[in-house]
Design a protein around this ligand. Structure first.
Ligand SMILES: C[S@@+](CC[C@H](N)C(=O)[O-])C[C@H]1O[C@@H](n2cnc3c(N)ncnc32)[C@H](O)[C@@H]1O
Length: 184
């Protein structure tokens, strides 16, 4: 199904790619959603823990940032399927991961939409050296570059290298995945 902000085919392609090539023994699905579409398409039969802030059958009801803060080392595959910005959750993951084992992350990122609708993304702007109060017209056109700056800065801050990156842009949404490996 393809709608304004969801391309299920791209999301499934990305997940299957990283399930087959990256570490994926224990999966944390951070945004399970009421329809459990990605769970049904990609994760049935695997070792998966699913979270949602809403009460949804088969999931733990919790804010995913709180859960990731306390359980980041228990998983090696993180599914971050948000409509809006995933960056706070990604920052929480890198900040709280102590294990030196590599981990895979697949992300749905609505930053382009948020920027186009007038939002201002502090995390991106800091990473791209854009002054906090500066408003740049059409910044959403550079959402891929902004995400790249953000991930590079985040990985460097916590001593990781981002490898195997795959990026799919579809309408206003970005779908990407990568494997993070501890340096040294
Ligand atoms: C795009 S939907 C997920 C779609 C789902 N992955 C699927 O395949 O059908 C986003 C979900 O994230 C949940 N969510 C939003 N913020 C959250 C948070 N801070 N912690 C946990 N879940 C959250 C929402 O309640 C919503 O169900």
């Amino acid at each position: 199904m393809t709608t304004d902000n969801t391309n299920a085919a791209a999301k499934i392609e990305l997940r299957n790619l990283f399930l087959s090539t990256g570490p994926a023994t224990r999966i944390l699905e951070c945004c399970a959603g009421p329809n459990r579409s990605m769970y049904r398409a990609c994760y049935t039969g695997r070792d998966v823990t699913s979270l949602d802030i809403k009460s949804i059958s088969g999931t733990i009801r919790i804010d995913n940032r709180q859960y990731v803060k306390n359980h980041a080392d228990e998983f090696d595959f993180f599914d971050v399927d948000v409509y809006g910005s995933p960056h706070q959750l990604l920052a929480t993951l890198f900040a709280n991961r102590r294990s030196s084992q590599p981990f895979a992350v697949v992300v749905t990122d609505g930053t382009g939409r948020l920027l186009e609708y007038g939002g201002h993304h502090r995390a991106h702007c800091v990473s791209a050296n854009i002054p906090r109060r500066m408003r740049i017209p059409h910044l959403h056109r550079f959402s891929k570059e902004l995400v790249g700056y953000f991930l590079k800065a985040l990985a460097a801050r916590y001593g990781y290298t981002i490898t195997g990156g795959k990026f799919i842009k579809c309408k206003k949404m970005m779908y990407y995945g990568f494997v993070a490996r501890k340096n040294g």
